[in-house]
Each structure stands twice: as C-alpha cells, then as structure tokens.
Design a protein around this ligand. Structure first.
Ligand SMILES: *Cc1c(COP(=O)(O)O)cnc(C)c1O
Length: 332
C-alpha cells in the first residue's frame, strides 16, 4: 500500500498513526474554463476517489478513521447525519469491507429525488438506521444507541456528523498535501483560494492545516451549507488546531506550525433556508456547471459552494490569484 503523503511529511507518524488506503491519489487538477470567471478557475476533483461504492471527500476521512476503529477493537461505528447523508453512506460502504458495522442516527431535512435515492442506497448498504427526526431526539436517544451497539464490553466507536473529528479531518490534510505536490510539479499555479463547501467542518479545517504544513499561502474559502452545527471560522480553526495536537501527540515534529487566524474565511450567505434546502443561486450554479463546464453537482453542498464562488468572483471579492474549486461529491 502506498503510504499517505502525511507519513512522508512526518515520518515519525508512520508507526503511530495507522492509515488504510481506499483510493488512488493524487486526484486530478485541471483548469475549469467555460464559467467566465474573472479569476483563473481550477478544479481539484475528489469525485472519483475510492472504489467501494461511494467517492468524494468522506472516503479521505475513512482512510484514518477505519484503522482507528480497528485499533480500538470496535465492531460498530456509531455516527449521525441527515437523511441523505453522504458521510453515513460512505462509512457504511467502506466499513463493511473492513468487517465493521455502521449504525446511523438520522435527522430529518427536506427530501427531494436525490435524497430519496440516497436513502435507498443507505438501506441497501447494510447500515442500521435509526430515524430520530430531530437533533433533540438524537441527543435523547444517545444513551440507548450506545447501549444498543455495545458488544460485550466493547462500545461503538462514536464519530461526529460528517466524520469531522480531529482524526477525520486528516483526510483533508492529505488533499492539501497532494495539491501542494501538484503545485510543486507545475501542474497548476499556487492558488490564492481553495473553495469548499462546509457541512461539518472537517474538510475546511484539514485543508487549512495541510496547506500550512505544506508551506502554501493558499487560503481556504469555506461556504457554510449547514445551520445545525456551529461552523464559524473560530470553530473550524479550533478543529484544525485539535488535529495538529493529535499529530503532535502521536509524535509528529510540526514545530509551531498551526494555521494562521486568516487561513480560513467562512461565508454564510449562500445557505438559504438551511441545510439541504435548495437555493435559487445554487440551482443556477448547478445548471451553469452542467451546461458550461460539464460538471455534475448536487444541491446540498457543491452547488451552493460554486454559487458562492461565482458570486464572490463576479463582485470582485475573491481576488489575489487563481481559485481552486474542490469537487467533493462522489456518487457511483
Ligand atoms: C460532507 C460533504 C462536504 C463537506 O465536508 P465537511 O467535511 O463535512 O465539511 C462537501 N461536499 C459533499 C458532497 C459532502 O458530502
């Protein structure tokens, strides 16, 4: 198995931080013409990452989380998400291959055809689904869920929404290290901005840490698409710092490296009525991406992120150099 770039950057981690490769990197970067942006627009395409039935950025998190679950001797991963959760689906698909089960506590949100298809995939994935409807319902059910998924003395390995624990966020550190390698190889210029949707924060936080470790000046533009979690800049930077602390705990020599206060900029104006509520600007960006760039986006994350990118670019609020759009969606 090819080791992760993080182990190359910090050889001290090779024996202390297990990694399970689930996809082939580096994922491609290419210029994205056709959308008439002022800035030079690039895409880093995560959609093809992984081959276990689902792709995208969640697979990157599982490369660190699944071996940790095994290290703990857990039989079940217990986690939470919305009805159309990409995270839950990816976890179920890849955990199964490792002999682990996934139990999901699910919260309601608007259901469209995409979400319905997702639910059907979730049911087919072998995950145990608990429909708890609201966040309060989920919190109330937590003790029961833990007990229900404890085998003998082994509790489930609990993971937060989106797999955005400090360990899960390392998935995006790897994306950033790949991007840095591609910049170094001359595949693309050093970007001023790396744009991602923010659903649970692990991706934006990990990107910021990885860019810092790689010595790039690129800043993360996080387009917040979820209003059920606290996802402001300070919270995301806090998660990045907790990931850095985890690396230090496992023996990494990072010096004093930590993301600067301006490493992440969050934008909340493209959320609309809330998580998984489609927006007009998102739907317009989705249509433009399909027609002008041959890009298939979905409405919950990537369409809103691209809408923000296009609006900020058009109004001169995304200046300073090339912009990379992180394509995080990976249906199969
Ligand atoms: C989960 C997800 C994101 C956001 O990543 P987080 O780490 O949860 O912030 C973006 N795009 C897609 C398609 C996702 O499924």
């Amino acid at each position: 198995m090819r080791p992760p770039l993080l182990h190359r950057r910090c050889p001290e981690l090779a024996g202390s931080l297990p990694f399970l490769r689930l996809g082939e990197g580096p994922t491609p970067v290419r210029v994205l013409p056709g959308l008439d942006t002022r800035a030079e627009l690039w895409i880093k395409d995560e959609s093809g990452y992984g081959d276990g039935g689902w792709g995208g950025n969640k697979v990157r998190k599982l490369e660190w989380l699944l071996p940790e679950a095994r290290r703990r001797g857990a039989r079940t991963i217990l986690t939470v998400g919305g009805l159309g959760t990409n995270w839950g689906l990816a976890a179920a698909c890849y955990a199964r291959e490792q002999g682990l089960r996934v139990a999901l506590g699910l919260i309601d949100h608007p259901v469209d055809e995409h979400v319905q298809a997702q639910l059907a995939r979730l049911r087919a994935s072998g995950a145990t689904l608990h429909f708890l409807h609201t966040k309060t319902g989920l919190i109330m059910a937590a003790p029961w869920l833990f007990a229900r998924h404890t085998y003998g003395r082994t509790p489930p390995y609990f993971l937060p929404a989106g797999g955005s624990s400090p360990l899960g966020a390392l998935g995006a550190v790897e994306i950033a290290l790949e991007l840095a390698g591609q910049v170094e190889a001359g595949d693309l210029p050093e970007p001023a901005w790396l744009v991602t949707a923010v659903g649970s924060g692990g991706t934006a936080a990990g990107l910021a840490l990885g860019l810092r470790l790689a010595g790039l000046r690129t800043r993360v533009l996080g387009v917040v698409v979820n209003d059920t979690l606290r996802l402001d800049t300070a919270t995301l930077l806090g998660l990045a710092r907790r990931s850095a602390a985890l690396l230090r705990d496992r023996g990494a020599d990072l010096g004093r490296a930590r993301p600067a206060p301006d490493a992440i900029r969050t934008e909340t104006a493209w959320l609309g009525d809330g998580y998984a509520h489609p927006t007009r600007s998102g739907d317009q960006a989705l249509a433009r991406a399909a027609a002008q760039a041959g890009l298939a986006l979905e409405r919950t994350y990537t369409a809103k992120a691209l809408a923000a990118l296009l609006d900020l670019d058009a109004t001169g609020r995304l200046e300073g150099g090339p912009v990379v759009f992180l394509h995080t969606h990976g249906p199969r």
